[in-house]
Design a protein around this ligand. Structure first.
Ligand code: PLP
Length: 285
């Protein structure tokens, strides 16, 4: 079955799904994106993703490409046309097409929008979670506005590649003071030896992950103690458990950091329980 993408008003087979060479997303990475989990054909926590999309666009002064209800229809239609039951839906909005020039294009230039969807194998994800993943640490080298889900992801790409080359699945950025900010495509968490769940506050240095926000409710429901504060790389080395969160991985146990085993080197009990409980607290629409 050929994959279908939604591009600026049309559903097209991938081979014909193209954008203009002077699209600002292509020329300047001048755009934002969202990734939403699809589960049983429904979107997970879509309202929260849509709210963050609107915020990202607002911070960059890019207009919504269409009304929110219309966008929600396009997301579902793209999922349906690609027959995705379990997987991801991806959406990207750029500042549109204009002659290449750094300042914003003339007012009224329509933003561009692309939506794609793809299936993922839930049992493969469970196998990965049962084994846990390795992470490496890399120096933080991103701009300050990581709160915006911008498509400009070069440091993240380089960090992820470095992880891959070292046999790891994720890279954690570490700021000049030695504190972990977040992963290249996930938020970072540890559980201390005394059982506190520690994650960096979303006010500075990280993207406010939707999975992170929902997981805070799961923690509360499970009666776990949350310590929302930055943690150092050394604290992570000494942690009892570690894990990452993102829409594509939900809660993914971390079993090695820079080659050192976390706890006993196996996925932690708390992270595993949080993963199992997550979808009872998320909204499926
Ligand atoms: N941090 C970064 C840099 C990300 O790219 C992502 C997701 O792609 C996240 C955190 C997790 O966000 P969410 O849980 O909304 O997927």
């Amino acid at each position: 079955m050929s994959r279908i993408a939604y591009v600026n008003g049309r559903y097209l087979p991938f081979a014909q799904a193209t954008v203009h060479v002077e699209d600002r997303g292509y020329q300047f990475s001048d755009g934002v994106y969202e990734v939403c989990e699809v589960r049983g054909g429904r979107l997970v926590d879509e309202p929260l993703h849509m709210r963050r999309l609107q915020r990202s666009l607002g911070e960059l002064k890019i207009a919504m490409p269409m009304s929110l209800p219309a966008l929600r229809v396009v997301l579902r239609e793209t999922v349906r046309r690609n027959r995705v039951r379990d997987g991801l839906v991806y959406l990207q909005v750029s500042r549109g097409v204009a002659r290449r020039d750094h300042p914003f294009p003339p007012p009224g230039t329509p933003p561009s929008i692309v939506v794609t969807a793809r299936s993922a194998d839930p049992s493969a994800a469970e196998r990965t979670a049962a084994a846990g993943i390795a992470v490496i640490t890399v120096p933080e080298n991103r701009w300050e506005r990581v709160d915006i889900k911008a498509i400009a992801l070069l440091p993240n790409v380089l960090a992820k590649q470095a992880a891959k080359e070292q046999g790891a699945k994720e890279a954690w950025f570490v700021d000049p003071d030695g504190y972990v900010t977040e992963g290249s495509s996930s938020n970072a968490w540890i559980i201390s030896r005394d059982g506190k769940v520690i994650t960096r506050p979303a006010e500075q240095g990280i993207l406010r992950g939707i999975t992170r926000s929902v997981l805070l409710n799961v923690l509360r429901a499970q009666g776990l103690e949350l310590d929302e504060r930055p943690f150092t790389r050394e604290e992570a080395y000494a942690a009892r458990e570690a894990f990452v969160t993102s829409a594509s991985q939900i809660v993914m146990p971390v079993v090695r950091i820079d080659g050192r085993p976390v706890g006993n080197g196996a996925p932690g009990m708390v992270a595993t329980a949080l993963r199992e409980d997550f979808h009872r607290h998320s909204e499926l629409i």
